[in-house]
Structure formats: C-alpha cells, structure tokens
Design a protein around this ligand. Structure first.
Ligand SMILES: Cc1ncc(C[n+]2csc(CCOP(=O)(O)OP(=O)(O)O)c2C)c(N)n1
Ligand SMILES: [Mg+2]
Length: 352
C-alpha cells in the first residue's frame, strides 16, 4: 500500500476509525433522510473520506478549515461533536448552528470550522481572508480550504489562488477531484484535467495524490502542511478521488455507468485500509470490533440526542435575520430624512 509507514499503531487505527465513522454516520443520514427527518439537500461523502481524514489528522486546533456543502466528514474529522452535527441536520435548536444552517452550512467557531458553503468556489475567498488575518494574528496557523474540482471553473478560484500566492498566505488548497461536477465529467469541462498544474500558473507549489490510498493521502497532506508551516507560502493539493453515491439525493446518475462506479468501489479507501491493516497485523479482530462498537454507540447516542431536540419556535424565526433589521433601520432613516426635508420646507415657507 505504501513503501514506508510513518504512522504508529494507534495513529493507523485512528485513521481507519475516523474514516469508518464518517462512512457509517452518513449511512445513518441516508436512513434519516429517507424517513424525512433530514430535509432539503444532502450531499454524501462516501469514497472521499481519506481526503478529509488525511488532512485534518495533520491540522492543529489553531488552524482553520473551510469546506463545501459535502462537508459532514470534514466537520466530524475536525471534532465537531456528532450529536451537534446531527441535531443541526435535523434542524434542531440544539444543533451547532441552532438548526439554521442544516447539512450544507455546518459552522463551528470554537473549532475554527468556517463552513459549509453552498456556493461552488465560495469558500476560496473566505479561506484567503482568514489566512490573511491569521498571518497577522495567529502566526503559524494554516487555513485548509477544501473544494471540488468544479470550483476551478469559477473566477473566485483564480482570484483566490493569485492573491494567496502574491501575499504568500498560509493556505492549503485541497481540491477534491472526484471527476464530476454534478453530472459534468471533468474532461468535458476543463482543457487541463491535471488540476494541480493550474497552481503552476500562480507559481504555487503543488502535488497530485491518489486519495483512494489513505496512507498516501495522509503523507501528502503532512508534506503539504510542512511547506505552508515553513512559511513558504500556499500549497495546492489535488486529491484524485471518486464519490460512490449520487451527487445529492436527487440525481438519477445518467452521466455514468454502474460498471464505472463498481470499478471504483474496488478501490474503496475504507475497506482497503481495513484489509491492509488486518493482514499486516496493525489491527486485531478484537480491536476492529471495539472500533465498530464505539462508532455504533456514538451514532445511536447522536440520533437519540438529535431526535429529542427542539424545533425553533415560529416566534423566533426573525431572530438573527439581519435583513429585517437593516430594512427597518432604512425605514427609520428614511422617516428621519423625510422629517428633516419637511422641517426645512416648513422653515423656508415661514421665512420672509
Ligand atoms: C456558483 C454556483 N454555481 C452552480 C452551483 C450549482 N452546483 C451545485 S454543486 C455543483 C457541482 C460542483 O462540483 P464539484 O465542485 O466538483 O464538487 P462535488 O459536488 O463533486 O463535490 C454545481 C454546479 C452552485 N451551487 N454554485
Ligand atoms: Mg467534483
């Protein structure tokens, strides 16, 4: 699987457990979605787990994370408690964003997890801004910015890459190249399908990695982070991966064949790491069972917590809705202005 192992036994087991935890959590989310307990959109991460887990294992608490709408795995790997994540997805006040963000907008200030973003490419300028502030305020902190390969068609991608390079900002750009942007295959959308090469145009260091190989992914992430932490500017990591499930819950997948999906499933990073660890004695059957049981227990507790949560009362719906305040303030200002105008007019009329 890899030439040289840099991880010890507990680290390897954590890598596996973190990936399996995401896989199993999302399987539960599918059930909850089918039961209409999770509403709206739901974008699952099956197949791509090694990317989030590989990168986040190498980050520290001071670092920042920006992700996309396919971000449950990143949130879990970052340490957002599963029960708060699930409550959020069920729209409950107990969720990490009071149920106002939902699946696509997970946010956790304490863990410096800045979303969750439904806008393709929308996270990149945020990451650059966060890194710019951190460079002054939190020396040594890195912002890891995850995005799909579909984002590279956006102007915001190029502006962000350019500014990060010019200002030598501590950003780790992590492109999760799963070969499709909704139903559009990469080769139909990009003339250069080796996405990491786009970094060259910005004179940014870059690397392409097979993200179906968790150990390679983890090693590449560490190498990339060492570069950024060493003060050598941003780094671009292209992670070659594949999503096993549909783009979202509404997707007939007419753009790919079942055989193609099956072929990729043979490279399933979770199963692959499990098999390799078991056959190389990095994990005994008992250890595997213990990991499995801990995950089941955690998921059960999260479901119980989320289901027992409360929906926000209708009376609170306008709380935190800034537009309402701005509109009201504008109306107040306009009233004041109109009052002044009338006063001036009255004064002029009264004057000789
Ligand atoms: C600016 C913008 N344009 C279009 C969309 C609609 N849209 C949602 S997901 C998606 C595909 C993105 O693909 P990719 O970046 O590869 O991420 P993946 O879904 O493969 O993880 C598109 C076009 C959007 N959300 N935002
Ligand atoms: Mg994609």
């Amino acid at each position: 699987m890899t030439d040289k192992i840099h991880l010890n036994r507990p680290q390897l087991q954590n890598l596996y457990a973190d990936m399996l935890r995401i896989r199993r959590f999302e399987a539960k989310c599918t059930e909850l979605y089918q039961a209409q307990k999770i509403r709206g959109f739901l974008h699952l991460y099956d197949g791509q787990e090694a990317v989030a887990v590989g990168v986040l294992a190498a980050l520290s608490a001071a670092d920042a994370v920006v992700a996309t709408y396919r971000e449950h795995g990143h949130a879990l790997a970052r340490g957002v408690p599963m029960k708060l994540l699930l409550a959020e997805m069920l729209g409950k006040v107990e969720g990490c964003c009071r149920g106002r963000g939902g699946s696509m907008h997970i946010f956790d200030r304490e863990r410096r997890f800045f979303g969750g973003n439904a806008i393709v490419g929308g996270g990149l300028p945020l990451a650059v801004g966060i890194a710019m502030a951190d460079k002054q305020l939190r020396p040594g902190a890195v912002t890891a910015c995850f995005f799909g390969e579909g984002a590279v068609a956006e102007g915001a991608f190029h502006e962000s890459m350019n500014l990060a390079a010019i200002w030598q900002l501590p950003v780790l750009f992590v492109c999760e190249n799963n070969l499709y942007a909704m139903g559009v295959p990469l080769a139909d959308a990009e003339s250069q399908t080796d996405i990491y090469r786009k970094a060259e145009a910005y004179r940014m260091a870059s690397l392409q990695v097979d993200a179906m190989q968790p150990l390679q992914m983890e090693a590449a992430a560490r190498q990339a982070l060492a570069h950024v932490r060493g003060g050598r500017g941003p780094f671009f990591l292209e992670c070659r991966t594949y999503r096993f499930r549909a783009h979202s819950m509404f997707d007939p997948q007419a753009y790919r064949t079942r055989e193609e999906v099956e072929q990729w499933q043979h490279q399933d990073p979770v199963q692959r790491l499990r098999n390799w660890m078991a056959s190389n004695h990095w994990m005994t059957a008992e250890e595997e069972t213990a990991i499995d049981t801990a995950i089941s227990t955690e998921i059960e507790a999260a479901v119980a917590f989320a289901e027992a949560g409360t929906l926000e009362p209708v009376a609170d719906l306008e709380r935190f809705v800034l537009m309402a305040t701005v509109v009201q303030e504008n109306a107040d200002v306009q009233e004041d202005v109109q009052g002044d105008v009338q006063e001036n007019a009255d004064q002029q009329e009264a004057s000789p």
